[in-house]
Ligand binder design. Structure first.
Ligand SMILES: NC(=O)C1=CN([C@@H]2O[C@H](COP(=O)(O)OP(=O)(O)OC[C@H]3O[C@@H](n4cnc5c(N)ncnc54)[C@H](O)[C@@H]3O)[C@@H](O)[C@H]2O)[C@@H](O)CC1
Ligand SMILES: [K+]
Length: 524
């Protein structure tokens, strides 16, 4: 299990560990600062070295008024012990620091000078390749960056565009980012934040590392254990933690003795002539992911073009509601996909009939847009075997009140997050909702949340391509046909979709995603 914590959850495990007497705050801070120093030494070995080496890369540690600053003082001390050239800057006064941070500030003052943060700006500009350690604010950030910190970050953001600009390491989370939502606290005037090269966080990732702006600003993420594993396990056992999407390999294996009908029969409904490409992509995805049979249901005018394009897929004339009801009399058709290229008018006619059949059902694209004027009409018909797969725009049309909370400026932390939004949407819809994006989020009506983040080592920039969402809907439908439950199907589909795109790499177009899947499945 790879959990993503909120600031409150992180504080709760820290408090539990300290209240039980198992660990002390100073020890936690020492571990945290050690992890920061170790990660810097691993990524930039040239920060350390003998005194005579003029090529040593300088380090600037920016400490804030809370315990995040305390981690910075520890890292500064440990880097100095490795021979690094370290300058330390403080926002605020040493005697206003909380006790453990103050203790570590005093230890630093026994080693080197402490300067006001205002002096850091000029230095970052003067020295190329400096490693700047951002220990200004962590999980305690409650309002937008302001004053000296905001000005300094604006300058760092400008310098980061240069090749030899400073490198940036965020302690716990980049200052200015809300650790629960990954949103930049502020309004449309800023602040502007520089992207970190590296974020070193503790015990478990925060949601803010992978959601919204945090996905692009956190850089490489190192999650360092600091001795809170028992408390984290206890918290996880209580349920309710957001987790990374993870496929279940055993659910994907096929029994050598099984018949094709044992793997389900998926029905993908297509739009009319000239609009069948999206449904064909979805159908190819459903077939590749292992549905036993996949049928495309199309109106008469689209039949010739589809017939000319497909081989293993089956084709059936489904013109209107009556045709669909007749097809669904075959109980072996156990999963449906409506939306990709369907057309809004056709969706309006077919979605209610598809929902009434009670089969596993993916509603995507036009099937969602068709109910933008009357989402409650759709919600009243949804059942627990449905999965909605909106992108941001479709989400906003179906759940305008929830989307409005997400679009309002994040002026205070913790801000309303995409995880909060998808959880609220699943509760309102009464079924699994998969919100597409670089940070794809999946929620159940019971409040479970899975995150499939295309960030860091799993970045897949080529996946932002026309038709990729249609393939995802097809993967999901294929897995539902194979009998996976909606949550497992959604997280497995999202995970495999991203892996296939990463495997293919540059030049990816949507057609490549199903074709890249076999290599991914073989690795299981
Ligand atoms: N509590 C613990 O046991 C541990 C905490 N650790 C570190 O401590 C951090 C959390 O420490 P804190 O709770 O002290 O919080 P922070 O250090 O993130 O900051 C809190 C301080 O900043 C002020 N503040 C918040 N937003 C501000 C803004 N925009 N402008 C100016 N001031 C602002 C607050 O009033 C408070 O004084 C974690 O992120 C982590 O780095 C680690 O040392 C591990 C152990
Ligand atoms: K920070």
């Amino acid at each position: 299990m790879q959990p993503f914590l909120t600031a409150a959850q992180m504080r709760s495990i820290e408090s539990a560990a300290m209240e039980s007497g198992r660990v002390r705050e100073l020890a936690l801070m020492e571990c945290a600062g050690q992890a920061v120093a170790d990660s810097i030494l691993a990524q930039w070995p040239d920060v350390a070295g003998p005194e005579s080496d003029g090529l040593r890369r300088p380090v600037m540690v920016l400490c804030g008024p809370g315990n995040n600053g305390g981690d910075g003082f520890v890292a500064a001390r440990l880097l100095a012990a490795h021979g690094s050239r370290v300058e330390v800057f403080l926002l605020g006064q040493p005697d206003a620091l909380p006790p453990s941070a103050r203790r570590n500030c005093e230890r630093w003052q026994g080693i080197g000078p402490l300067r006001p943060l205002a002096e850091a700006a000029g230095m970052a500009q003067a020295t190329n390749d400096t490693v700047v350690v951002d220990a200004l604010f962590g999980t305690g950030l409650s309002r937008p960056l302001s004053g000296v910190a905001r000005d300094l970050f604006g300058r760092l953001a400008a310098l980061r565009h240069r090749d030899n600009g400073p490198r940036l390491v965020a302690v716990d989370i980049l200052s200015g980012l809300c650790s629960d939502s990954g949103r930049v606290l502020g309004d449309d005037t800023g602040p502007e934040l520089p992207a970190a090269d590296l974020t070193v966080t503790f015990e478990a990732a925060r949601l803010g590392h992978v959601l919204s702006a945090g996905a692009g600003l956190s850089g490489r993420l190192v999650v360092a254990p600091i001795g809170l594993a028992p408390e984290l396990a206890a918290l996880a056992a209580g349920g309710g933690l957001a987790e990374a999407a993870r496929p279940d390999p055993s659910a994907l294996a096929k029994d050598p003795g099984a018949h094709k009908y044992d793997h389900g029969h998926a029905l993908i409904l297509s739009g009319g002539a000239g609009r069948s490409g999206a449904a064909r992509l979805a159908a190819r995805g459903a077939l590749r992911i292992g549905a036993g049979l996949v049928t495309l249901g199309a109106p008469p005018d689209a039949l010739p073009e589809i017939a000319a394009q497909i081989t293993a897929l089956m084709l059936r004339r489904i013109n209107g509601r009556g045709d669909l009801v007749r097809m669904l009399a075959d109980r072996r058709v156990n999963a449906l996909c409506l939306g990709p290229g369907l057309g809004v008018g056709r969706a309006r006619e077919l979605v209610p009939a598809a929902l009434a059949a009670g089969r596993a059902l993916v509603l995507d694209a036009d099937a969602l847009t068709a109910f933008a004027d009357a989402p409650q009409e759709l919600f009243a018909r949804l059942h627990p075997r449905c999965v909605l797969t909106p992108h941001g725009g479709e989400f906003a049309r179906l759940f305008p009140d929830i989307a409005a909370r997400l679009q309002a400026p994040a002026l205070e932390g913790p801000a309303f997050s995409r995880a909060d939004a998808v959880r609220a949407a699943a509760a309102e819809a009464g079924c699994v909702v998969l919100l597409k994006g670089r940070d794809t989020l999946i929620a159940t009506p019971r409040g479970q949340v899975r995150v499939n983040a295309a960030t860091g080592a799993r970045a897949a920039p080529w996946l932002a391509t026309a038709g990729a969402g249609d393939v995802l809907a097809g993967f999901l439908t294929g897995l539902l046909a194979r009998g996976l439950e909606p949550l497992a199907a959604a997280e497995t589909a999202a995970w495999l979709h991203l892996e296939a795109a990463r495997d293919f790499g540059a030049g990816l177009v949507a057609e490549d995603i199903p074709e890249a899947l076999p290599d991914v499945l073989r690795r299981f």
